[in-house]
Design a binder for this molecule. Structure first.
Ligand SMILES: Nc1ncnc2c1ncn2[C@@H]1O[C@H](COP(=O)(O)OP(=O)(O)OP(=O)(O)O)[C@@H](O)[C@H]1O
Ligand SMILES: [Mg+2]
Length: 464
């Protein structure tokens, strides 16, 4: 048990009292003896007081050192450090207070760390890119999605200036405006080498703790959406254009017919032309409806075993008159018997009619159109080829011929009444059959389309 200053304070007046008494006693006969005794006691008490005071000073110094050490450990991040003093130490209540502060600090730090971890998890798992910039446009936080969207290779960009990391004038200007004037702005960004990738970047102002405005950049990959928008706009423009031409012709001829002074021969010719254009519009609308129904899976579609040899016989029979009229040779090289393929006979007929029609249409007189088939045992499928010796398709156009309305030679296709939807429909139907279509062509020599269809197996599992 320590005894501190106040407990020993009585020693001072007590020693002085004894010393005074000793002086008084000196006058008495046996006084010197008593006086000496009292002086010894006063001296002992005085020494005791001095020793107690020195010890107290030493203890206080130790406590202050302990407190300081603990504060140092907190400052270096060790919030588990605690200071324990004796109960009667005058600094004990301060130590208790400090320990309580440390507890509260620890709790807050735990909460903050938890919040930080949650925020990091949210940012990492977000599909949207997030980048936070301070007023000086230094990156203070960025998530993985933002790094990959902006094609940023460096692993660590925090602490660097936005312009160093993302050299884009549009984004830089927008961020400057937002951090100067507040509010938010949206800009679109594409990598310099790939215009088809579109990232929507929304920049919003965020107040900085010490005044001024920083910015948060939220980025979203909208490539697919903008591609769909572009396709929709192209489609509407194409349909309008395709309908406008026959409509203009029909209107022109009807206006002429309405005039009184027109001879019978011209009347008949104009009426025929009007009929042709109306038929073309009707075909176009039919093709569009077929495509739309296929896309919405509302086109009746049956799956059964289809004999391609029989099917191709019927296609050739239908196309033969036209081929002969054009001076073409239509050669049937289909094997006499083939495994059945799995599909809808009407839809498959449509596919091969389209392909043979194209071959006939794009092959000049004197050419040949050959139809053949082969079995691919490994992949359990049959491949039917329609090959012509026609005008061919330039390599640059080959990847696009299955797009709606795409025609290599627009004038030629239109002149023959084509809508430019034939191959788009063919491709759709083949995809519905889980098949594939390949094309190879040499300009001036000919084209070969090959359609692969899965071999049919009875639902029970036995071979047909
Ligand atoms: N066998 C072929 N030889 C040469 N070019 C072809 C051949 N088949 C298709 N093409 C080209 O591909 C384009 C697209 O063909 P697609 O069948 O989709 O349209 P189309 O024949 O013009 O009209 P339609 O919708 O009436 O069939 C054609 O315009 C033509 O340029
Ligand atoms: Mg066609």
């Amino acid at each position: 048990m320590r005894h501190f200053g106040r407990a020993n304070m009585w020693l001072v007046p007590a020693s002085l009292g004894l010393a005074t008494l000793a002086v008084v006693l000196l006058r008495w006969p046996r006084g010197p003896l008593w006086a000496a005794l009292l002086l010894v006691v006063a001296w002992v008490w005085a020494v005791r007081y001095v020793l107690a005071s020195r010890r107290e000073a030493r203890f206080l110094t130790e406590s202050v050192i302990q407190l300081k050490d603990t504060v140092d450990r907190w400052a270096s991040g060790d919030l588990l450090a605690r200071v324990y003093l004796d109960q009667d130490d005058p600094l004990d209540s301060l130590a208790h207070g400090m320990n309580r502060v440390a507890e509260v600090l620890m709790e807050r730090t735990r909460d903050l760390e938890q919040d930080k971890k949650q925020l990091e998890a949210i940012l990492t798992s977000m599909a949207n890119g997030i980048m936070i910039l301070n007023h000086g446009l230094t990156i203070t936080l960025v998530n993985r999605a933002a790094l990959s969207m902006f094609r940023i290779q460096e692993p660590s960009v925090t602490g660097r200036h936005l312009l160093e990391v993302l050299r884009d004038v549009k984004i830089d200007d927008a961020v400057h405006r937002v951090t100067r004037e507040g509010g938010s702005e949206t800009v679109y960004w594409s990598p310099p080498d790939n215009e088809s990738v579109v990232v929507e970047v929304t920049i919003g102002a965020i107040p900085e703790p010490l005044g001024g405005l920083g910015a948060v950049m939220v980025s979203r990959d909208v490539s697919l959406q903008s591609q769909l928008d572009r396709m929709r706009q192209d489609f509407v423009a194409n349909v309008s254009h395709e309908l406008q031409t026959p409509l203009t012709i029909i209107r022109g001829f009807t206006e002429t017919l309405l005039e009184e002074d027109i001879d019978d021969e011209s009347r008949e010719r104009f009426t025929r032309l009007i009929h042709e254009e109306a038929s073309r519009m009707s075909r176009l609308v039919d093709d569009l409806l077929t495509l739309s129904r296929m896309e919405h899976h509302s086109l009746p579609f049956v799956v059964e075993g289809v004999d391609l040899t029989v099917l191709m016989d019927s296609v050739i029979a239908r196309m033969l008159p036209r081929a002969e009229a054009q001076g073409l040779l239509l050669v049937n090289r289909m094997p006499a018997s083939l495994p059945l393929v799995s599909g809808d006979p009407d839809r498959l007929q449509e596919v091969f009619l389209n392909l043979v029609q194209n071959a006939v249409q794009y092959t000049p007189s004197g050419g040949t159109v050959t139809i053949s088939a082969e079995e691919d045992v490994h992949q359990d499928r049959i491949g039917v080829s329609v090959e012509d010796t026609g005008i061919g398709i330039p390599a640059a156009d080959l990847p696009r011929i299955f797009e709606r309305f795409y025609r290599v030679d627009k004038a030629r296709s239109r002149a023959s009444g084509g809508t430019g939807l034939g191959l788009a429909i063919v491709k759709h139907i083949i995809e519905l059959h889980h098949g594939r279509i390949d094309v190879s062509s040499v300009v001036g020599q000919g084209t070969r389309f090959q359609v692969w269809l899965p071999i049919y197996h009875e639902p029970g599992g036995s071979e047909p």
